[in-house]
Design a protein around this ligand. Structure first.
Ligand code: SAM
Ligand code: SF4
Length: 445
């Protein structure tokens, strides 16, 4: 590991959050550094059996279809391509079958699985059944610690939930966003509060280990009352996990276009308001018996209601992502699939892996990646990084930690780094200060 330290972070801390554009950090180095040429080391890695003990392996499955596009949403999803669903699902099963026959992945059981979207729950019973059977022909999640399935309230039925439970799903995650019909409508959601209550009752009747409900703070039309009223109603339902995202307004969203066009009634909350509401929400969740587990998620029981998909990735697990735009982190190499449905389906029709861009991390970059991602959970252990990477994180990141400490965002001790509440609510803005200098000024995506 080179004796390098992180510098030049002052300007990063001085930059405010962008009013519009991407904010959430899900990987390192930023996607814009990944290139088609990076594919060669990725393919070489697939061709070799694991040397020594392989890390845990997870699977991400992307379902890029929704009933309608919510105004704020930037996920890759289509509301008008339902004619291609069957070809897409077959293509994805075929993609997994190609990976399952590589020396690197052959026979490795899955430790965690995540079905995300888009809206996985809009698939019909027939399609869900053939997807689950198809994927399980090429992978084994019988002993997985967690299998998450994302749902939107209106598309949940008891039949589908039973099928999911019987296919091994342990964690259901529902996008409810807010419990106020006026706000839901103003943001283009197709569901109403009554749909959330109906779906939640069904999920409880069928029975899953963990139910997570997603909220967004800062939506168009949101007020102090609507947000905290929503939070209280969600707490009243007593899900095992509550996730609160702060609204981002990426440039590919209908909301951004409406703001550009000067829509009189389009005034999402400022970052200061979002941070303050999220921080107050964390206190309210704690007062109700929840524990804050990351910058976004609070859980009822931190020992039992872990979010393995997140924790394992942040700890350096292997992740295979299948489907359009899905990304992988395998053997220390980042890889993202083709991001348009057309190019993805063309690659699959040719029988190819639908690779788009990749980036092979060196040892220092792997260490920085795990450090940055673990800050999102709120603490990083010095001993863990010493053992795994031979690095003293308090020395390596001394400059941004000292600056961040002065602003009240980080605390340090011999044990490592703890992110304060003030730091946690703005963590995605602070993370680039810990990047290697060559990655600090680049675009995220
Ligand atoms: C893929 S969606 C989840 C499932 C389902 N599609 C739904 O919306 O009900 C994942 C979550 O991302 C969050 N999200 C989407 N767009 C966002 C944005 N612009 N800013 C913040 N969070 C966002 C929402 O909370 C959403 O529930
Ligand atoms: S928030 Fe969920 S339902 Fe809405 S467009 Fe995005 S993925 Fe689809």
């Amino acid at each position: 590991m080179p004796a390098e330290t992180i510098r030049q972070c002052t300007t990063v801390f001085d930059r405010p959050e962008p009013d519009v554009g991407n904010y959430f950090v899900s990987t390192y180095p930023p996607f814009s550094c990944w290139t088609p040429e990076g594919e060669a080391p990725f393919r070489r890695w697939l061709g070799q059996p694991p040397a020594g003990l392989a890390p845990p392996l997870g699977l991400y499955v992307h379902i890029p279809f929704c009933v309608e596009r919510c105004h704020y949403c930037y996920y890759l999803s289509h509301e008008d391509r339902f004619g291609e669903v069957d070809t897409y699902l077959e293509g994805m099963i075929g993609e997994l079958s190609l990976y399952s026959r590589t020396p690197a992945l052959d026979g490795r059981p899955l430790d965690f699985v995540y079905f995300g979207g888009g809206t996985p729950s809009i698939l019909s019973m027939t399609r869900l059944r053939s997807l689950m059977e198809g994927l399980q022909r090429h992978s084994d999640w019988a002993r997985a610690r967690e299998v998450t399935f994302e749902c939107a309230p209106r598309s949940v039925t008891e039949d589908k939930l039973r099928l999911l439970r019987d296919s091994g799903v342990t964690r259901i995650s529902v996008g409810i966003q807010q419990m106020d019909d006026r706000v839901l409508e103003a943001n283009g959601r197709v569901h109403l509060v009554a749909d959330v209550e109906r779906a939640y009752a069904m999920i409880r009747r069928v029975g899953f280990e963990v139910v997570n409900l997603d909220l967004i703070v800062g939506l168009v039309g949101e007020t102090e009352e609507s947000f905290f009223g929503s939070l209280d109603r969600v707490i009243g339902l007593q899900p095992e996990s509550i996730t609160t995202y702060q609204l981002e307004i990426p440039l590919n969203t209908p909301l951004y276009h409406a703001m550009e066009a000067g829509g009189a009634d389009v005034h999402p909350a400022s970052w200061d308001v979002k941070h303050a509401r999220l921080q107050a929400a964390m206190s309210r969740l704690e007062a109700a018996g929840y524990s804050v587990r990351s910058a976004y998620t609070a859980v009822r029981d931190p020992d039992r209601h872990r979010f393995h998909y997140q924790d394992a990735q942040y700890g350096g697990a292997d992740l295979l992502g299948i489907g359009t735009s899905a990304f992988s982190h395998l053997g220390g190499i980042n890889q993202q699939n083709l991001a348009s449905l057309r190019t993805y389906l063309e690659a699959r029709a040719r029988g190819d892996l639908p690779l788009w861009r990749a980036y092979a991390l060196d040892d220092t970059e792997r260490m920085v990646r795990e450090f940055v991602l673990q800050l999102k959970i709120g603490s990083v252990s010095s001993a863990a990084f010493r053992t795994k990477f031979g690095v003293e994180i308090l020395d390596f990141f001394a400059e941004p930690l000292a600056l961040g400490h002065r602003s009240g965002w980080f605390e340090t001790s011999a044990d490592g780094v703890v992110v304060t509440r003030e730091g946690l609510v703005r963590i995605d803005r602070l993370l680039p200060a810990f990047y290697l200098p060559e990655h600090q000024a680049v675009r995220y995506s």
